[in-house]
Design a protein around this ligand. Structure first.
Ligand SMILES: [Zn+2]
Length: 204
């Protein structure tokens, strides 16, 4: 029996100045920590909240007081509605991640993974099980509905705190195409960690 609690907290590094507990394992394209549990991949800060404060009421978001998306310090996390989340982001002047010349791919073009090193070649999992997933399947459905009613991709991206690329890919049906259940398979010997699973591609 694996102790999820110990395994989770072993991936955290306290930051002495801010008090943030930084998630050292993988993060998604939008900067949130991801934690692999029983074949699923959950948001690390939500998992931290549950471990310390208990279950998250349905539909509630776990927000950061510190505005550090990779932080999992339970004292820096609080519950809010989707509307609270949008208001909080607006107050902090934060919408979509850096883009254009501020985007890391412009600042560090040598770090971009081309060809066979690109994640899209190496890992073709979709939806929440994708280790880069930044939206749950339920919010993906909400976003599709918003777009169908004529919402701008840029506005929806800002509201959900993800990149416009995330939204446009979703709109084109290239991501979140396969529904999955985040709490399927409560535990098992073949759980995956948040690190990339290269066995995925060989299994194809
Ligand atoms: Zn923090």
């Amino acid at each position: 029996m694996i102790d999820w609690n110990d395994r989770f907290w072993s991936k955290v590094a306290p930051e002495p100045n801010s008090g943030c507990w930084l998630w050292m394992a993988s993060t998604d394209a939008c900067g949130y920590g991801r934690f692999g549990v029983a074949r699923s991949n959950v948001l690390a800060h939500r998992n931290a909240y549950v471990l310390v404060h208990g279950a998250i009421p349905g539909g509630m978001h776990v927000l950061h007081r510190c505005d550090v998306r990779a932080c999992v310090n339970p004292d820096h996390l609080f519950l809010g509605t989707h509307a609270d989340n949008m208001a909080d982001m607006a107050n902090k002047g934060r919408g979509a991640p850096p883009s254009g010349d501020r985007h890391w791919s412009r600042l560090h073009p040598e770090k971009r993974a081309y060809g066979d090193r690109n994640g899209s070649r190496r890992h073709r999992r979709r939806g929440e099980t994708n280790s880069n997933a930044s939206l749950t399947n339920s919010s993906a459905a909400d976003i599709r509905a918003l777009l169908a009613r004529g919402a701008m991709q840029r506005e929806v991206a800002a509201a959900y705190g993800v990149s416009q690329t995330c939204i446009s890919r979703l709109a084109m049906g290239r991501t979140y195409a396969v529904p999955s259940n985040e709490i399927a398979a409560a535990s098992g010997p073949d759980d995956v960690d948040a690190e990339p699973a290269d066995s995925e591609e060989r299994a194809r």
